[in-house]
Each structure stands twice: as structure tokens, then as C-alpha cells.
Design a binder for this molecule. Structure first.
Ligand code: G3P
Length: 218
């Protein structure tokens, strides 16, 4: 299972990378705005800075919603670095753009996915990654993890190569359940990854080991 971090904050990306378990980064326009990154030149430069930290797979989202605009923007993003994955929304022109980029050998991440039907379309168009939003479905009383299960089953039935990238993963239990289901990738805030570290018996056991060692050395 791959771990992506869902942020545009360079310090958090560095911290996650230093942990040694990071496989990529996802961003979206909201996350870029949160870091105060505005204007085309600053946005491209920020993506380059992210690419310089990690080994692969930096999702950079297009803003256009028409085919020509998405292709133009996606090409500019892909030129930044081979690590860029062009992130494209699940809309009609988005599917066409995914097909186009797939034929050009440019990786894509189809985002804002909330149904199995959307997942089938994106895979048929040749998306490299598919981003179903687990937490946002949970927010409105639907079962986000059930959607991941459905998509993993469907993709398995047909051998689709599109990787299931569970997004909007809000807590460590979401991550663990995605692992049980067999999602290829999760993207989440750093605290969800570091949350996997915690167990009171680990803390208690370590304190005891260190205390016993200290006694033996007195
Ligand atoms: O990047 C897309 C997704 O991970 C957003 O998560 O928590 O804003 O629903 P969230």
C-alpha cells in the first residue's frame, strides 16, 4: 500500500518524507490556497518545490473545466517534472482529457469520485489513479469505505490498471480499513500517518524496559 500526503505545506511534506514511508503527494486548489500560493507562476514554482522533496507522484490539479483548457493546463503542469500526475475532475470533458493524457503517456489522477459508475468511466479512459473521497461521503451519511470496497471489487473483476487512491481519509481507522479492503494508495494529512504509531502498551512497555535497564546499571 502506498502512502500519499494530502497537503501543499512544504514542512509537512518534508516531515513525512523524512519518516521514510512517503510515496507521493496530492494537492488540490483548496490546499494550495491554504498555503497562500496564488498566480500561475507561483503555483508552478510551488509544484516544482514539492517535486524536489519527494521521489514520485505529485498530483497537481487543473482549474479548467473544458477539454482544451484542461489539456493546455495539464501539459504545462506535466512539463514541470516527470513526477507530476495531472489531477482532473470527474466531469465529461475530464474523461476526454484523461483519455488524451493516457494516449500521450502522461499520468492522471481522476478526482471528486463518489460512485462506482464514475470509477468505471475513469478506468476505461485510462486514469492512472482514481480518487474516491471517503470522508466527504461519510460527512453526508453515506458509507465512504463501502465505495472503496465496490471499486476494488470492480477493478479486480476486469483487471483495470487504474490504482484506487482512497482520498479524504480523515483518521487512522479509515486508513487501516482501506488497507483491509485493498486500496492501492491512501492520501491523508500527516497526523493520520503518525496516528498509526500510537499505542499505550508501546509507551508503557518502553518505559518499563528503560526503567529496568537503568536499575540493572545502578
Ligand atoms: O485532496 C482531496 C481530498 O483528500 C480532500 O479531503 O478532508 O478535504 O475531504 P477532505
Amino acid at each position: 500500500m502506498k502512502f500519499f500526503i494530502d497537503t501543499a505545506n512544504l514542512d509537512e511534506i518534508r516531515e513525512a518524507y523524512d519518516l521514510g514511508v512517503l510515496d507521493g503527494v496530492t494537492t488540490n486548489p483548496s490546499l494550495m490556497a491554504k498555503e497562500g500560493i496564488t498566480g500561475p507562476d507561483n503555483i508552478l514554482a510551488h509544484y516544482k518545490a514539492i517535486c524536489d522533496i519527494v521521489d514520485d507522484a505529485v498530483s497537481a490539479e487543473v482549474i479548467s473545466t473544458d477539454f482544451d483548457g484542461m489539456v493546455k493546463e495539464g501539459k504545462a503542469l506535466a512539463k514541470i517534472d516527470d513526477k507530476i500526475v495531472v489531477k482532473i475532475p470527474m466531469i465529461k470533458d475530464g474523461i476526454k482529457a484523461i483519455k488524451y493524457f493516457s494516449s500521450e503517456g502522461i499520468r492522471t489522477n481522476c478526482t471528486l469520485v463518489f460512485s462506482p459508475g464514475q470509477a468505471i468511466l475513469a478506468a476505461k479512459a485510462g486514469a492512472s489513479y482514481l480518487s474516491p473521497f471517503v470522508g466527504r461521503l461519510d460527512d453526508i451519511g453515506f458509507d465512504g469505505l463501502e465505495l472503496i470496497e465496490q471499486i476494488v471489487l470492480i477493478y479486480g473483476n476486469y483487471g483495470f490498471e487504474t490504482e484506487v487512491l482512497a482520498a479524504s481519509v480523515r483518521h487512522s481507522m479509515h486508513l487501516i480499513k482501506c488497507a483491509e479492503i485493498g486500496a492501492d494508495v491512501v492520501t491523508c494529512p500527516l497526523k493520520v500517518i503518525t496516528g498509526l504509531l500510537s499505542h499505550p502498551l508501546t509507551d508503557k512497555g518502553l518505559a518499563q524496559f528503560l526503567a529496568d535497564h537503568a536499575k540493572g546499571n545502578n
